[in-house]
Design a protein around this ligand. Structure first.
Ligand SMILES: Cc1cc2nc3c(=O)[nH]c(=O)nc-3n(C[C@H](O)[C@H](O)[C@H](O)COP(=O)(O)O)c2cc1C
Length: 205
């Protein structure tokens, strides 16, 4: 029997966690929560030989899938792309009989070196974060999943320790609220970043 409204799977991808300042801390806010399965892809598959059946079974057991990673070349780290290529199989995840992921929800938790002002049409990178995530959003749609706006931590080079703690607290609050079905998803969809105004999307009961 399910004890929570939503089971959550965090697929974490960072190829050099020993050098990480931000993600190595953020993961501590969610990895031991009840109802949350934290799955470190680089740790599990140092040789990139992904166990497709195991990954598909994990997906089946969860309602909300989180891609947690640093932004690398405006995309996901290589193992997460490999995971998508192998695990999201035709006739399983998409195609005529590919119904396994229908109705599940997907969003990214992303850290970026670039500051928020760079991710604007008139900014240095010329595109918004949601625009950079178009391939993942469209892949989610093809698999019948609902794509939610990302939780983003910008400007990791200059981020202070108290700021990292605040993002960690927000990450934990969001995951617990999603687990317990207390997030107003319609309100969440209206934001560019799911963490831009957490109070306005979390229902109090
Ligand atoms: C290979 C590589 C590619 C990167 N590409 C981007 C990028 O496209 N845009 C950006 O803002 N930051 C980029 N960065 C910066 C990382 O996103 C940043 O170092 C990371 O989010 C910091 O998190 P950490 O302290 O957990 O390592 C890149 C870093 C590396 C190593």
């Amino acid at each position: 029997m399910k004890s929570f409204k939503n089971n959550i799977l965090v697929l974490f991808a960072h190829p050099a966690l020993q050098n990480s300042r931000v993600n190595s801390q953020l993961i501590n806010y969610v990895k031991d929560l009840k109802g949350v399965t934290f799955h470190d892809l680089y740790e599990t598959y140092p040789d990139f030989y992904i166990d497709v059946k195991y990954e598909q079974n994990l997906l089946l057991k969860n309602d909300i899938i989180v891609f947690h990673h640093p932004l690398f070349w405006f995309s996901v780290p290589a193992i997460l792309r490999e995971w998508m290529d192998l695990v999201l199989q035709h006739m399983w995840a998409y195609g005529k009989t590919g119904m396994a992921l229908q109705g599940k929800k997907l969003f990214n938790v992303i850290t970026t070196g670039g500051r928020e002002s760079m991710f604007q049409h008139d900014g240095y990178y010329g595109h918004t974060m949601i625009e950079f995530l178009t391939p993942i959003m469209q892949s989610a749609h093809v698999c019948g999943m609902e794509f939610l706006p990302p939780f983003v931590v910008h400007g990791t080079r200059n981020i202070t320790q108290p700021e990292i703690k605040r993002y960690g607290d927000d990450y934990q609050k969001l995951i617990l609220s999603l687990r317990d079905g207390r997030v107003d998803l319609e309100a969440a969809r209206s934001h560019q970043r799911i963490n831009s105004d957490l109070e306005s999307i979390i229902k109090t009961i």
